[in-house]
Design a protein around this ligand. Structure first.
Ligand code: C2E
Ligand code: MG
Ligand code: MG
Length: 572
């Protein structure tokens, strides 16, 4: 702007063309003067008392950018200000009071007025400039609001959430605070099943509920990516109510949608810690609940955090580990037991990760982790191919086809070319397909029968053998079993483990063995550790056993020694 608050014509034209000012005064002369002052720069509306002014403001037809308000009129200007304070739709319109009475300024300030213009009116340019500045100020404020808020929920977006959280620390240095991360489980699925519009409604309901919860204590709410919310508030211990309240809020807008939450709490935040880190900790704490069905709140602890970080590191180094062949195939022999003594039958391939950085990493630590992010499919492709190559090698070296079983993850089922891939590995290594077994856990069938059965059926129809792993843990019904494509039932080792302790386990094992016979399937018991296990399984008619009693999983060198022992030293 030019000097002395004077507007150039240019400024007038570029800034004020569209803005509307409502002038409220019961004296015609004042109305006329003010309208004349403003008319070059603003679109001017007039009201002759408070009531008329409120009518114009409240009917909302015309967007009003500023109100110039007289005080003493039939409906007093102060009454108008009171209504404005209580009415959200007009609360954000700037009001300037025009008065000659200095004494009522203070009262008007308390009623939220933004500025004063002295009557009688003096320099018209100054009046215009003041109005301009006030409108600008208000517009800047609402632009800022747009920038700092999430569009859908009107909560702080994450950048501003962090900023205001820091401010909260500065304003209340002695108050202990908690960071809370709240996510909706499988929200993407809800969007896909019920549509985005309902998804948005649910997010809004949650945002409103969280705002309500926070209004009881000191704090702020923000919206992170996707369906994640964050709260930074005064510390307290009664968070159990939160999922209940959220559930009620969601039920109000989507009564038949079943939603569950995962809530991670990082209590008593050290204010010197970067807010990003604190939010990350709350979120990873929440994420530990991703596969939990009975629990929806977890409080951060260091041990769990260290585990999560370790897992993240494992994911990071996976591509390199695969490229460097750090994953080794181990082979656990299986033996027929119905003859006089156990006879070698085949082996299960079990992956081992020998990492130069982390040492020996157990499958228990990485299989489910890699299942969550899909990396397992790459690993399994590697194992599927390597296994076929070893079978070819042994055939060439020792003249025998050693049957191998390879574990398939439930995630592999969704690979579009899985069957072709397996055929390719096996055929290109001249491995007989019927010696190549695929193990898949029973629970995969139970969880997603529609998807899993056709794929496994296809594999089987192409000549491969199918083993249902951990059978008995997935609770397939007898009826469902009739629809499953399989050649072998592998009894869940938990039943073997329970032989000594729980008399019912023996009954269940016998039942599974008889069930398999009904379907012409072979039974394998894994996790066989003792003579007692072995004797019981033999008497019960189990065909094959696998377990520490006869052999641990063996490295390639040890397994080749076993092949030599079993099939003579006829290395070619
Ligand atoms: P699983 O397929 O049920 O494998 C049997 C597990 O029992 C193996 O654990 C094996 O080492 C262990 N085991 C064998 N005999 C005994 C015994 O007598 N007592 C006890 N206590 N345990 C015994 P491991 O190698 O840790 O593998 C765990 C699971 O990881 C496997 O369960 C399988 O589901 C998965 N897995 C292993 N290798 C692969 C793979 O290459 N791909 C996929 N997708 N999953 C794999
Ligand atoms: Mg297995
Ligand atoms: Mg098993």
């Amino acid at each position: 702007m030019s000097d002395n608050n004077k507007l150039t014509n240019n400024e007038r034209n570029s800034f004020f063309v569209q803005r509307t000012v409502l002038v409220v005064d019961d004296e015609e002369i004042n109305l006329d003067i003010m309208s004349t002052i403003l008319m070059d720069n603003f679109h001017v509306l007039q009201a002759r008392d408070g009531k008329e002014a409120l009518d114009i403001l409240l009917n909302g037809e015309q967007k009003i950018d500023l109100v110039l308000l007289d005080v003493f009129m039939p409906m007093d200007g102060r009454e108008v200000l009171k209504v404005r304070q209580e009415t959200p739709s007009i609360k954000r319109i700037p009001f300037i009071v025009c008065t000659s009475d200095k004494n009522i300024e203070e009262e008007c300030f308390h009623l939220g007025v933004n500025d004063f213009i002295k009557k009688p009116y003096e320099n018209p340019d100054i009046i215009v400039a003041r109005i301009k500045r006030m409108i600008e100020l208000y517009e800047d404020r609402s632009i800022l609001k747009e920038v700092e808020r999430d569009k859908l929920t009107n909560l702080y977006n994450i950048e501003f959430f962090k900023k205001y959280a820091k401010q909260f620390d500065a304003n209340y240095p002695d108050v202990q605070k908690d960071m809370i991360s709240i996510s909706i489980n499988r929200f993407r699925l809800i969007n896909e099943l019920y549509g985005r519009a309902l998804g948005d409604k649910i997010l809004l309901a949650i945002a409103e509920q969280l705002t309500k919860c926070i209004s009881n204590c000191n704090g702020l709410v923000g919206k992170d990516e996707g369906s994640t919310f964050v709260i930074y508030c005064e510390h307290h211990d009664a968070y159990e109510i939160l999922p209940i309240k959220l559930d009620e809020a969601v039920k109000r807008v989507a009564s038949d949608v079943n939603i569950s939450f995962r809530i991670g709490i990082y209590p008593n935040v050290d204010p010197s810690l970067n807010k990003e880190i604190v939010m990350g900790r709350a979120k990873t704490t929440a994420d530990t609940l991703v596969n939990e069905f009975t629990k929806n709140i977890e409080v951060y602890n260091d041990e769990r955090q260290a585990k999560t970080l370790h897992m993240e590191k494992l994911i990071d180094v996976f591509p390199q580990a695969l490229a460097e062949e750090q994953f080794k195939l181990f082979f656990q022999p299986k033996y027929y037991i119905q003859g006089d003594k156990p006879v070698f039958a085949s082996a299960e391939v079990l992956v081992r990760w020998i990492s130069p950085k982390f040492g020996f990493v157990s499958p228990g630590d990485f299989i489910s982790l890699f299942e969550e992010n899909g990396l397992i499919s790459k690993l399994d492709s590697y194992i599927l191919e390597k296994a076929a190559k070893y079978m070819r090698l042994w055939k060439e070296k020792y003249g025998v086809d050693i049957p191998l079983s390879i574990n398939l993850s439930r995630v592999d089922i969704y690979k579009p070319n899985l069957v072709e891939e397996i055929i390719n590995y096996v055929d290109s290594n001249n491995v007989p397909r019927e010696k190549y077994y695929i193990e898949i856990t029973e629970s995969a069938f139970v969880e997603d029968a529609k998807q899993v059965i056709p794929v496994i059926e296809n594999i089987r129809n192409n000549g491969f053998k199918i083993e249902i792993d951990d059978f008995g843990s997935g609770y397939s019904s007898f009826g469902a079993l009739a629809d499953l494509p399989f050649d072998v039932l592998k009894i869940d080792m938990r039943f073997i483990r329970a032989i000594e302790k729980n008399p019912k386990a023996k009954g269940i094992i016998k039942m599974i063995i008889n069930l398999a016979k009904l379907f012409n399937a072979t039974t394998i018991a894994e996790g066989v550790e003792t003579e007692e296990h072995y004797q019981f399984l033999k008497e019960s008619g189990c065909d094959i056993i696998q377990g520490f009693y006869l052999s641990k999983p063996l490295s390639i060198d040890d397994f080749e020694l076993l092949i030599q022992k079993e099939f003579g030293k006829n290395e070619r």
